[in-house]
Design a protein around this ligand. Structure first.
Ligand SMILES: [Zn+2]
Ligand SMILES: [Zn+2]
Length: 273
C-alpha cells in the first residue's frame, strides 16, 4: 500500500484524528458552541491574534532591516497612531454593530445542533474549501458593485481604501455596512452549506487568516499565494495592487473570478500603469 493510499484512507476514517477533539468540545463546551455570539467572538479574537506577527514586523521593522525585503511597499510603514486608529475602528464596529446583530440571531436562528460524530478530515477539508469558495464569490460580486456604482463606493467602501499601503490592522478597517454585510456572508454560508460546527470554526479562522494575510503588506516566501500553485490564489501582492489601483483584483482570495471578468492584475500592473 502506498503512502498516498494510507493518507487517503485516514482522511476518510471516522473516530480518528478529529473525534477525540470534537468529543471534548461537545461535552465540555456545548453552551459556548451553541451560542450565536461564539462565531463573532471567535472571529474577533482570531483577528487580533492573527494580526500579531505582522504587527511585530510593523513595530520592529527598523530593528529588523531584513523585513524590508518582504515589505511590498518598503517606504510605507504604519505609524503607531495609524495602528491605534485601525484597532479602535475594528473594536467599535464589532462591539456596537456585529455583536448586537449576532445577539439578534437568537430571535430567529434555531438551536445549533451538535452532532455526536466529528467530520472526517476529508469532509472537513471539502467543507472549508466550499465555504471559502462561496464567500469568495459573494465578496467578489459585492466588491465589484461597490466599485462600479459611484454612490456605493463613496457611501460605503471608500473608507476601506483610505490606506493605499495596507497593513494587517487595515483588514477590518471599514464602515458599518461593509462590516455587517461581509460578516453576514461569512455567518450564513456554513448554515447554507450545512457545515459541521468544526468545519464552521475552521472556516471562520482560515477566512480571517487569509483576509489578514491579504492586507498584511508583506509577501513572504510562505505566503498562501506562493504555496498554492498555478496562480489559483491571489494573496497580499494582488490585494496590494487593488488598494493602489482599485479597478482590479476584486476577489478576496482566489483569482478565477477576476480572470473571468477581465479585472485580474498582477504586481507588474502598478509599475507599468
Ligand atoms: Zn482591502
Ligand atoms: Zn475595494
Amino acid at each position: 500500500m502506498t503512502v498516498f493510499h494510507t493518507v487517503w484512507e485516514s482522511c476518510q476514517q471516522r473516530d480518528s484524528f478529529l473525534q477525540p477533539m470534537w468529543d471534548y468540545l461537545r461535552i465540555n463546551h456545548s453552551g459556548m458552541l451553541r451560542s450565536p455570539l461564539f462565531p463573532v467572538i471567535l472571529t474577533v479574537a482570531s483577528y487580533f491574534v492573527l494580526c500579531l506577527p505582522f504587527l511585530a514586523c510593523d513595530i520592529m521593522g527598523e530593528k529588523w532591516p531584513a523585513i524590508y525585503w518582504y515589505k511590498i511597499q518598503p517606504g510605507k510603514m504604519p505609524t503607531p497612531a495609524m495602528l491605534l486608529h485601525c484597532s479602535g475602528v475594528t473594536l467599535y464596529n464589532h462591539l456596537l454593530l456585529v455583536l448586537p446583530a449576532a445577539a439578534a440571531q437568537w430571535m430567529w436562528r434555531p438551536p445549533i445542533p451538535l452532532p455526536e460524530q466529528a467530520p472526517t478530515l476529508l469532509e472537513l477539508a471539502v467543507g472549508v474549501v466550499g465555504n471559502l469558495l462561496l464567500f469568495d464569490f459573494q465578496y467578489f460580486v459585492w466588491h465589484l458593485l461597490h466599485h462600479r456604482v459611484p454612490w456605493l463606493y463613496r457611501t460605503f467602501h471608500k473608507v476601506h481604501h483610505k490606506n493605499t499601503a495596507t497593513f494587517a490592522l487595515t483588514t477590518e478597517y471599514s464602515g458599518a455596512w461593509e462590516t455587517l454585510s461581509l460578516g453576514f456572508f461569512a455567518a450564513v454560508n456554513p448554515m447554507l452549506l450545512g457545515a459541521h460546527p468544526m468545519t464552521e470554526m475552521l472556516f471562520h479562522i482560515l477566512n480571517m487568516w487569509l483576509s489578514v494575510e491579504d492586507h498584511c503588506g508583506y509577501d513572504f516566501p510562505w505566503s498562501t499565494s506562493r504555496l498554492i500553485p498555478f496562480g489559483i490564489y491571489g494573496g497580499p501582492s494582488k490585494h496590494d495592487v487593488h488598494h493602489r489601483k482599485p479597478n482590479t483584483n476584486f476577489a478576496p482570495h482566489f483569482s478565477h473570478w477576476d480572470k473571468l471578468f477581465g479585472t485580474h492584475a498582477d504586481f507588474s500592473f502598478v509599475k507599468t500603469h
